[in-house]
Design a protein around this ligand. Structure first.
Ligand code: NAI
Ligand code: MG
Length: 356
């Protein structure tokens, strides 16, 4: 069986880690047998944008629709304003392909240390999955400015929350919580200060909770949630939050698990009418781009989630086991306290896979 993958390396370390992920996926397919990956690379990047004035061609979304899945590196360059790069590539893909769920798991991998272990007051047990609303809310793109060239008098950034949008993400979160051993779901809002959209979130949460009596629920305000993540990480399991809140909380989650360089994400269209997209949560990291030292673990973990999504569950498990054996053996990049580069970690993961 051939799985057709659209590959968008993008900018900066997005390129390094996409090359690494493709290499590992080819070795995985060859070792497991019975399937292969056929990658088609799209050179949609900030560099090309400066040359030709566009990131994605007008039929870009239609081109992507032909694939079984999309693998994405990162987009963003110091030479292009970030709101242009984000709104020209990653956000239109997520929205046009109905990828309304963003799944962000966090665990402490063997051989790595959480910064929490330095806090004697805190347990460093941490095994979360964050479900981020990925289609509306604070990133709906609505609003405007009343500015002239010389003054910016007022700007609005309008959040949009719909019954359909909120209930489908809640349902996905309850299903995720139910599938995990602790069956526990924490919902995050800011419904004390934000009295419309966030109150809608609360209401829909309790409405859907009634359909899942086996799932234990609780509710947090986002500010207090940051404290709980640091001081009582063991008390959390599945978490559901809005587009903005989960964006922020998942970066914190990644940092608490050791490095933003290990954290994966899946942008899913659960209806499977459109391809889903898999990408590490980190950005293009201009500060380390071109040095060959980016941590590829988040890219491998994202690749494993893609492998699972296209139906190769045991190969996905094998890939994650290989990654964990490599971190456990101390083969790590600098952000995890190691001294290896991207290529050395990648080679180690390939060798682990081939040992099986
Ligand atoms: P970033 O995630 O690119 O970097 C933050 C810090 O973490 C930097 O010090 C970087 O060196 C380090 N880091 C990130 N990934 C790493 C890895 N794999 N290995 C080792 N160290 C790693 O976030 P930042 O600096 O806020 O954004 C840089 C650019 O990326 C901006 O243009 C931003 O808009 C874009 N961005 C794009 C995203 C995407 O494509 N989905 C997501 C986040 C940011
Ligand atoms: Mg983010």
């Amino acid at each position: 069986k051939v799985h057709r993958i659209a590959s968008i390396p993008g900018d900066g370390i997005g390129v390094d880690i996409t090359v690494a992920a493709e290499r590992v996926l080819h070795v995985l397919a060859k070792t497991v047998g019975g399937f292969e990956f056929d990658f088609t690379t799209f050179d949609w990047s900030s560099e090309k944008y400066r040359e030709r004035g566009w990131y994605m061609p007008p039929d870009g979304i239609d081109q992507l629709k032909k694939f079984d899945a999309i693998y994405f590196g990162a987009v963003g360059s110091p030479d292009v304003p970030d709101h242009i790069s984000l709104w020209s590539l990653i956000l239109p893909i997520r929205k046009s392909l109905n990828q309304y769920v963003n799944v962000r798991p966090t665990r402490i991998l063997p051989g790595t240390t959480s910064p929490l272990s330095a806090l004697s007051t805190t347990s460093s047990h941490l095994d979360w999955v964050m479900i981020r609303e990925n289609s509306e809310g604070e990133y709906s793109g609505q609003g405007g400015t009343s500015h002239s060239d010389t003054s910016y008098a007022v700007a609005t950034e309008v959040s949009i929350f719909t019954y359909v949008g909120v209930s489908r993400i809640m349902r996905y979160a309850f299903e995720t919580a139910r599938s995990r051993p602790r069956k526990k779901l924490t919902m995050v809002t800011k419904s004390n200060a934000q009295r419309h959209g966030m109150v809608l979130w609360d209401k829909i949460f309790y409405e859907i909770a009634a359909e899942y009596p086996d799932v234990e629920t609780d509710k947090m305000l986002v500010d207090a949630m940051t404290v709980r993540m640091v001081l009582h990480p063991e008390s959390l399991d599945t978490i559901v939050a809005t587009n903005l809140h989960a964006d922020i909380l998942s970066d914190l989650a990644a940092a608490l698990s050791g490095s933003i360089g290990i954290a994966p994400s899946s942008n899913l269209d659960p209806t499977r009418e459109n391809p889903s997209m898999f990408e590490p949560i980190h950005g293009s990291a201009p500060d380390i781009a071109g040095k060959g030292i980016a941590n590829p673990v988040g890219a491998f973990w994202s690749a494993a989630e893609m492998v699972r999504w296209v139906g190769e569950g045991s190969a996905a498990d094998m890939l994650m086991q290989a990654v964990e054996n490599v971190t456990a053996a101390g083969v790590k990049t600098k952000d995890l306290g190691g001294d290896k580069n991207t290529e050395e970690v990648t080679t180690a993961v390939c060798e682990e896979i081939e040992l099986r």
